[in-house]
Design a protein around this ligand. Structure first.
Ligand code: SF4
Length: 427
């Protein structure tokens, strides 16, 4: 079959779509780049916020109607939303051919073979680590490599542990092999993925030891990782980051709130003071490190004064960038049933204030780099012009420079001439 995968949500889902593509290609199916050419359409979904789910539901409705003109079109829903509300989805939508919970993707070829006979519904496979499967990467120059799956943390607002199951780490030998393979294929910039990479553990190899091993892989130029949990960020990891040449000077460290009462209600298991200590350590060991974060507003019980504390911490730390978002109650999580829920209007208003503040901080940080020489790993043409190319600096800033296609996959050192809140201009 000709298949098209529409992916929602985080980098883990992007990497999962690459796995799904690889499994289907191996079974003789063909991936297409235009949805109109597909006779198998797979929605790889996200459940983290209600908005993400609503978008997918809308898309399924509009694609379902195409079945009238193309009766052979098959539709499947996979991923976190499929896991969370799969039964309802399949009961309410007879046009959906299969719904697969998280990590059931190895069953796809078999299901597709029998797809005309019945609707399929499979629940999470909580042990799956996809041993021996090489993802079909979508970028020719970068690779996302999943090192662990699932999460044990149960932050009170988060649906992930319920839909993705408990933590399981891939064997370190497989990760090293996949990194060498990605590098040999020209994917020199590797990002290690996991819900909480800091708690990676396989045999006696923990996350810092894994980084040490990957730093020795000659085939790649750069290593990054997402996401880190502050409660598991050890001194050992910071030291390894500081001395490993390939590990980039960037960490994404979700703070979520700048108020201890809210952090406790979120079950985050650290305090603002501990988080600030980590920032100090990181900046002491790696003076030019860029720090980015996730930060939420509108958690149940958050008062105006709690929120102002969060804004104060944002200013005090001066993150290079932040993913600001508002609380979205997820049925089945502890926070969805907490008293003192904040109104949608208030959540939106606080979110806007947070975004405005962070945008100014990011702009200032980027403008501070004007005049500095940065190293860019070139990945593609710039969106606006074909004589300009773009890529990431070591500290995870998007940068645009003069260049041609022959620069793709190379490292370029250039001076920053100007900066916006989203881009360093290097021409
Ligand atoms: S660490 Fe917390 S926020 Fe992150 S996936 Fe696990 S439960 Fe969700």
């Amino acid at each position: 079959m000709k298949f098209f995968i529409e992916t929602y949500g985080c980098q883990m889902n992007i990497a999962d779509s690459e796995l799904i593509a690889s499994i289907l290609i191996e079974a003789g199916h063909q991936e297409v780049e235009q949805i109109e050419k597909a006779d198998l359409l797979i929605f790889n979904t996200c459940s983290v916020r209600a908005h993400a789910e609503n978008r997918v539901l809308g898309r399924i409705q509009s694609e379902k109607s195409r079945k009238k003109t193309n009766p052979s079109l098959k539709i499947g829903v996979v991923g976190c939303m499929a896991q969370r509300i799969g039964k309802e989805l399949i009961e309410e939508n007879t046009d959906i051919d299969f719904v697969l919970g998280v990590d059931q993707y190895q069953n796809l070829p078999e299901i597709i073979q029998e797809i005309d006979n019945k609707q399929y519904l499979l629940d999470l496979d909580s042990h799956q680590i996809y041993k021996g499967i090489q993802p079909s990467y979508h970028s020719d120059y970068c690779a996302y490599i999943t090192i662990m799956r699932g999460c044990n943390n149960f932050c009170s607002y988060c649906i992930v542990p319920y839909v993705r199951g408990r933590e399981r780490s891939r064997p370190w030998q497989d990760i090293v092999q996949e990194t060498i393979f990605a590098g040999k294929q020209g994917r020199k910039d590797v990002t290690l993925l996991g819900q909480n990479v800091n708690s990676y553990l396989h045999s006696d190899v923990n996350f810092p030891s894994l980084l040490r091993k990957l730093n020795e892989v000659d085939e790649i130029y750069r290593l990054r990782f997402i996401t880190s949990h502050p409660k598991d960020l050890s001194d050992e990891l910071i030291e390894v980051m500081a001395i490993s040449a390939k590990v980039c000077e960037h960490i994404h460290l979700p703070i979520q709130s700048g108020n201890n009462k809210i952090l406790q209600a979120m079950n985050r298991k650290y305090t603002v003071e501990h988080y600030l200590e980590l920032i100090n350590k990181l900046r002491n060991y790696i003076p030019n490190i860029a720090i980015t974060t996730d930060i939420m507003t509108g958690f149940p019980g958050e008062t105006e004064s709690d929120f102002r504390q969060t804004l104060k911490v944002l200013e005090e730390i001066g993150f290079d960038d932040a993913f600001c978002y508002k609380f979205s109650p997820r049925s089945g999580t502890v926070a969805a049933n907490l008293p003192h829920q904040i109104s949608e209007q208030e959540r939106l208003e606080r979110l806007q204030r947070m975004i405005d503040l962070q945008r100014n901080i990011t702009l200032k940080k980027n403008r501070n780099q004007i005049g500095q020489t940065v190293e860019i790993y070139v990945e593609s043409f710039s969106k606006k012009s074909t004589d300009k190319v773009c890529g990431k600096t070591r500290d995870f800033k998007m940068a645009v420079l003069s260049g041609t296609q022959k620069d793709f996959g190379t490292l370029q050192k250039v001076e920053v001439k100007d900066a916006t809140a989203s881009t360093l201009i290097c021409f």
